[in-house]
Design a protein around this ligand. Structure first.
Ligand code: PRP
Ligand code: URA
Length: 209
């Protein structure tokens, strides 16, 4: 699929398998989400621009490279997206963090934004929207739409597990938004859960079920 990047690094695949196991505890699950997010941060930042500088080593002057100061922001979708923030910040401590909260209206079934707090200069930054699960794609698509309505253009979406239905929906609604994931699963079940998936990511992260 175009514009979908699946990270098949062995460490990522191993940790995703442990996360899928229903015997994995809340503590272990939370640690795994954080670790996989950190490994994925390494890949998501692969294209960051560099600039050359001069540094004096104990031996000589080195012409060497540092990040050119491209500004990033992470935007977790509440609540499960929160689990991905710390791991990413470990590798990019300079990133700002915005939050977007969505719930699904029981009558219209449309996602409604109930909370949104973004960095002041969000439209000057490269944004990575975070959510462990891309199921129907309704939440991700709505989050991206809300961000675009606020004038933000440079958006990537990063999840752990995606369903083909969610990928299609997000691509269809926002073809400009690349999707980064650790696994592309088979399908959704009748309750819009990803199969085989890992269950409810929010509940497993926060121990609410
Ligand atoms: C989960 C998940 C996504 C959404 C994915 O959140 O974290 O936000 O479902 O489903 P979709 O692609 O069909 O929209 P949930 O609504 O369970 O809320 P939570 O994060 O508070 O657990
Ligand atoms: N949300 C989850 O947390 N898990 C799924 O499988 C689908 C939506």
């Amino acid at each position: 699929m175009e514009n979908v990047f699946i990270y098949d690094h062995p460490l990522i695949q191993h940790k995703i398998s442990l996360m899928r196991d229903k015997r994995t505890t809340t503590k272990e699950f939370r640690e795994l989400v954080s670790e996989v997010s950190m490994l994925m941060a390494y890949e998501v930042t692969r294209e960051l621009p560099l600039k050359e500088i001069e540094i004096e080593t104990p031996v000589a002057i080195a012409r060497t490279k540092v990040l050119a100061g491209k500004k990033m922001a992470l935007v977790p979708i509440l609540r499960a997206g929160l689990g991905m923030v710390d791991g990413m910040l470990n590798l990019m401590p300079m990133a700002k963090v915005g939050h977007i909260g969505l719930y699904r209206d029981p009558v219209t079934l449309e996602p409604v934004e109930y909370y949104c707090k973004l960095p002041e200069d969000a439209s000057d930054r490269d944004l990575v929207v975070l959510d462990p699960m891309l199921a129907t794609g309704g939440s991700a698509s709505a989050a991206v739409r809300f961000l675009k309505e606020k004038g933000i253009q440079n958006i990537k979406f990063m999840c752990l597990i995606a369903a083909p239905e969610g990928v299609r929906r997000l691509h269809n609604d926002h073809p400009d938004v690349p999707i980064f994931c650790a696994a592309l699963d088979e399908r959704l079940n009748d309750h819009a859960y990803i199969v085989p998936g890992l269950g409810d990511a929010g509940d497993r992260l926060f121990g609410t079920k």
